[in-house]
Ligand binder design. Structure first.
Ligand SMILES: [Zn+2]
Length: 70
């Protein structure tokens, strides 16, 4: 589970959840509109990619470092 610990943002695998955009059970991140869960495929659709990129960038900018543990 991704989490912030002492200012470090640790990205880890997530248990599948329902994507609130396509309705499929997939690994999601809470970076959709209004912090809703969005899957990788939906996050990369032209209508959503700008917002999801902005939210991920904010998460990274607010972290001392990012650890990818996948
Ligand atoms: Zn989706």
């Amino acid at each position: 589970m991704s989490r912030m610990i002492n200012g470090s943002y640790i990205i880890e695998p997530e248990k599948p959840k329902l994507c609130e955009f396509c309705g499929q059970l997939r690994e999601t991140r809470p970076v959709g509109t209004n912090n809703t869960n969005i899957c990788y495929a939906c996050a990369h659709k032209p209508e959503y990619i700008e917002e999801t990129t902005k939210k991920l960038t904010e998460l990274i900018k607010n972290s001392k470092n990012v650890i990818i543990n996948i």
